[in-house]
Design a protein. Structure first.
Length: 426
């Protein structure tokens, strides 16, 4: 009897355990199903939200299949990943007369750059990723070495330079680089005196060197000093910063994208670049250009003709120094697209127009390198025009190398003029 009772008790326990286990597994399954349902719902909601955002932005909701090709040779993101988070325009155009230009080529590594003055801190020529660049550090403040004393910026000018950005840089606190357009005539001022005197700075833009999603700028409109920021998605690598000033209007561009459009700013007199703090091997610049001339002021009564259309109608060709490439490559920089777009729009309006696209170099380097490089660059421009819908039959790419200079290659200003693209109507 006792044995029968024990067997019945064991059977009951096994049954309850089985029921409890099944109940547990059922609840576990229900929770897992609920989790899956939540994930699916969340994913659908995100995709719907992304699709809605894409429609509002006028973009495709699907990622481009060429996303991988937007990586550089070293895996760094290129311009397509640098999309700003604000509405932008790509109307930047370098001034026609070069006042100052320095790509640091020919400089001695370890020395102070020969075309610059040092107002504070330190700066040094270095080799970085195979390029000759300048590092500014230790609260460094440098200014172009221009013989003319006092103010040298005209009422229409452009300023451009490249700087390097590092995402997720460990053990580095807040750091930035500032482009300063001063309003005084004393070009020996350090950054602190320019910063603290509200009448002195005309425009200062602060750009993140690492771990930043945007920048900040401060400007003087003649009656008060205003500070504000801008959003921009910086990726690892070089970024081009440009300013265009025309009489009163100032525009700021990052990688060819306009991120600030200020209708009234005081006239600037000279340019400086400042880097606070004292980190080593962090803040690098290259390709500095200051030019006379600027993006035209908006004129409600102006005829709806682009610079390319005017030149083609008047001379039969459009010559530009604003189509730029990566050093030693046939890779177009983002700011090049403004002039290419003008030619493309002209050709789309004039379907029968045929053009020879000529790439020209200065005499730096050998013909063995320059000739094929200029050909590849001309072909890259043709490829962009074809992407716009221009008939490839109406385009011919020709690399001229350095064989047809229009200025003296002995000066930097002359070499800058010789580095050009000509669209010649046939």
């Amino acid at each position: 009897m006792k044995k029968t009772f024990l067997l019945a008790l064991v059977a009951l326990m096994c049954y309850n355990a089985d029921v409890n286990a099944q109940s547990f597994l059922k609840r576990l399954g229900e929770k897992a199903a609920e989790k899956v349902k939540e994930k699916v719902t969340d994913k659908v909601e995100r995709e719907v939200s992304d699709a809605a955002d894409a429609v509002l932005d006028g973009k495709k909701s699907k990622k481009s299949s060429s996303e991988k090709s937007n990586k550089g040779d070293d895996g760094e993101n290129t311009a397509s990943d640098n999309a700003p988070q604000v509405n932008t325009s790509t109307d930047f155009k370098r001034g026609g007369k070069i006042l100052f230009q320095d790509d640091f080529k020919g400089e001695t590594i370890g020395e102070f750059p020969s075309k610059w003055d040092l107002n504070a801190g330190k700066a040094e020529v270095k080799k970085f990723n195979g390029e000759t660049v300048v590092e500014i550090t230790d609260n460094g403040f440098i200014t172009p070495l221009i013989k003319q004393e006092g103010a040298y910026l005209t009422e229409e000018f452009t300023v451009e330079f490249d700087y390097y950005y590092w995402p997720n840089k460990e053990d580095i606190g807040l750091n930035d680089i500032k482009l300063i357009l001063a309003g005084s005539t004393d070009r020996t001022s350090d950054e602190t005196s320019v910063w603290e005197n509200d009448d002195a700075p005309v425009f200062i833009v602060r750009l993140p060197v690492c771990d930043g999603t945007g920048g900040w700028y401060r400007y003087n409109n003649g009656s008060k000093v205003i500070e504000t920021g801008f959003d921009y998605k910086f990726s690892k690598g070089w970024h081009t910063v440009a300013v265009s000033f025309n009489k009163r209007a100032l525009k700021l561009y990052i990688d060819g994208n306009r991120v600030a459009n200020l209708p009234k700013v005081k006239q600037a007199t000279w340019v400086g670049i400042h880097v606070p703090f004292d980190y080593d091997n962090l803040t690098f610049i290259r390709n500095v250009v200051i030019a006379q001339g600027a993006v035209e002021l908006y004129d409600r009564n102006a005829q709806d003709l682009t610079a390319a259309e005017k030149a083609i109608e008047e001379t039969g060709k459009f010559v530009t120094n604003n189509i730029l490439f990566e050093t030693g490559k046939a890779t177009l920089k983002p700011e090049s697209m403004a002039d290419i777009k003008m030619v493309g729009e002209y050709m789309l309006k004039n379907k029968s127009a045929r053009f020879e696209v000529q790439g020209h170099c200065d005499n730096q380097g050998s013909d063995k390198v320059n000739d094929p490089l200029s050909q590849k660059r001309a072909e890259a421009i043709v490829a962009e025009l074809v992407k716009m819908g221009v008939d490839e039959f109406n385009l011919k790419a020709t690399g001229k190398g350095s064989h047809e200079p229009v200025a003296d290659n002995k000066t930097e200003e002359g070499r800058a003029k010789n580095r050009r693209v000509e669209f010649i109507k046939r």
